[in-house]
Ligand binder design. Sequence first.
Ligand code: DGY
Length: 321
Amino acid sequence: MSKPYVYITRQVPEQLVEPYREIANIGMWKHDDLPVDQETLEKEMAEADGIVTMLSDKVNEEILQKAKRLKVIANLAVGYDNLDLKVIENRGIVATNTPDVLTEATADLTFALLLATGRRLIEADQFVRQGKWKQWSPFLLAGSEMNQKNIGIVGMGRIGEAVARRAKGFGMEILYHNRTKKEEAEKELAAQFCSFEELLEKSDFVVCLTPLTDETKGLFNKDAFERMKQTAIFINVSRGAVVDEEALYDALVSGQIRAAGLDVFQQEPVDPNHPLLSLNQVVCLPHIGSASEETREAMIKLCLDNVTSVLQGKPPVTPIR
Ligand code: DGY
């Protein structure tokens, strides 16, 4: 019997793929830093039994119409707003994501953004490099500390809880807003459940980790920023579209809030002329939430485990639903 065919839409290290070549013929896109072009994606979609997609691939109805043999889509991310799940389900295709393996790396990055914005690390680095450091002074680049501050976590999933554990270690009070209450986190971390509005009003650091859905699109709008403290720092490690970027820019420029740390943008890669990038009080990252070597390797292996399980007639390891 011939082996099934699997396509990976980016080039990933051969040593990670090699063990799976016994089970499937595996092809991949020729670049590790450029997305697959539309023509190739359409051709591969038509031929593949399984596909590993990136969060930057839009897997919509149009492309899925080409997928005549496709049985499984493994998305290399915990978020899956790039997949049209309704169409995928209707076509009887299994979809999987990569939860758990990226929790700690993403929580680390979230906390790095809290520290970088709170203590103005990027501004300070540039200050030194630009030769502006002429003398020491008491309030030179003074920022906000973590100890005894309120962190408000919007979206208390696995990553939210891992951020809360770090926050507890830094002496912070933990507030959270989530669709369901998290009794364990309340017991273990003394986390307090709040309404969205109450969280915005009470938090010194507002951290957005909620998935992008129809309900959360534009959740952080003018009204949300107006409710925040003037000293508040806003962190987004979820998806750019959860935020109204114009409202965020206005809130920062008018001093409605103090700073922002952004790993994600509405349009990625972000335009270098985007207004938010002109502000010193904004720390910008290129969507690297889970980008540690260990985690990216684990994510790739999990995707290949998911694809090959389904193609061998076994249940997927981490199905989306
Ligand atoms: C995810 O997995 O959804 C993250 O955004 C990747 O960094």
